[in-house]
Design a protein around this ligand. Structure first.
Ligand code: TXA
Ligand code: MG
Length: 309
């Protein structure tokens, strides 16, 4: 990253302003997590309901330990950092109430992206950052997507290229006696169970409203989305996975070779393109296996398909 751009981003963060930056999952809209006013600017820009807690991004485990009460579970999972995993811990050390939505826990992660890590290390503090979409819309996986969200009042956007993971981080609650998976992601259920030596109860993810990422409609295109489609109509755009249904007039391919990681990386961009396509009235999504990162892909698709309130 350009040195003067980095300086500009840092000075905005230092004076309590918002900067959009890349991570390996999706682009984030970041501000100093210790300053209520700075965090309020994020909520205002996103038009986000204020009861949603934000993820705190840090450059090192050492900084994470300043803001969350570390425990043995966290130790066992720190092997996935830097990476697409957020751990929820008991809160300490001066994170603003607004960033945690007034709760007594805090979600923390170290993102695995060179630009994000360089910025966070230079800042040497906690950056609260939700995905950089406006509330309820599709998460941005390129700098251009971020710019599209804020046509009138764009924040400074640091371009770090397309996000390689493409789905928001896995969120796991480690603040209670038994860990709970709150949001599936690229660090899969099995990876977490192996690292922790536990088995999550089935339905953990669907059940709890503790993580408002669980709100029914989320990550949503503006057009209706039909899941597990094995056919399509003339007015549907196809969200394709593999070689079938490619003869559709409008389609976006997630992965021709049915590679799940590739599908995850392409999903939000593909949804955006279908959503914006003038010939598409609704979207037909082909079935995707629920194994591994497929659980996270299907979680996002289900939210995208949920009726909007
Ligand atoms: O990959 C990601 O996590 C991206 C990038 C920018 O890091 N960020 C992201 O943030 O997805 P956001 O705000 O869109 O989603 C944060 C999720 C929400 O579902 C929120 O409820 C949950 O994390 N979360 C954050 N802090 C929490 C806490 N203390 N307890 C429970 N859930 C929490
Ligand atoms: Mg989000």
């Amino acid at each position: 990253m350009d040195v003067s751009l980095q300086e500009k981003a840092l000075s905005l963060w230092q004076k309590g302003d918002v900067v959009a930056f890349p991570t390996e999952t999706v682009y984030g809209l970041g501000a100093d997590a210790r300053k209520g006013e700075a965090v309020a600017r994020i909520y205002a820009l996103k038009s986000r309901p204020q009861f949603n807690p934000l993820i705190i991004h840090v450059a090192s485990v050492e900084i994470a330990k300043r803001y969350g009460q570390w425990n043995a579970w966290a130790d066992a999972l720190s092997r996935f950092w830097p990476g697409p995993l957020t751990v929820v811990l008991k809160r300490q050390g001066g994170i603003s109430d607004l960033a945690t939505a007034g709760g007594d826990t805090v979600g923390i992660r170290i993102p695995n992206h060179p630009t994000a890590l360089a910025l966070l290390a230079a800042f040497d503090g906690p950056i609260a950052a939700p995905s950089a979409n406006r509330s309820g819309r599709i998460s941005p996986t390129t700098a251009e997507h971020v710019a599209q969200e804020y046509p009138e009042n764009p924040p400074l956007i640091i371009d770090g290229g397309p996000c390689v993971v493409g789905l928001e981080s896995t969120v796991i609650d480690l603040s209670t006696t038994t860990p709970t998976l709150l949001r599936p992601g690229a660090i899969t259920r099995t990876m977490l169970e192996d690292a922790l030596g536990v088995t999550f109860a089935q339905g953990d993810v669907a059940g709890v409203l503790k993580s408002p990422g669980q709100l029914a409609s989320h990550y949503a295109p503006t057009k209706p989305l039909r899941l597990n489609a094995t056919d399509y109509t003339a007015t549907e755009g196809v969200l394709a996975f593999g070689p079938h249904m490619m003869e559709a007039a409008v389609s976006q391919q997630l992965s021709l070779t049915m590679d799940m990681a590739e599908a995850a990386a392409n999903m939000f961009a593909a949804l955006r393109l279908l959503d914006a396509h003038p010939q598409v009235q609704s979207i037909a999504a082909m079935p995707i296996p629920n194994a591994g990162i497929g659980e996270a892909i299907n979680d996002r698709l289900m939210r995208a398909a949920a009726p909007k309130s």
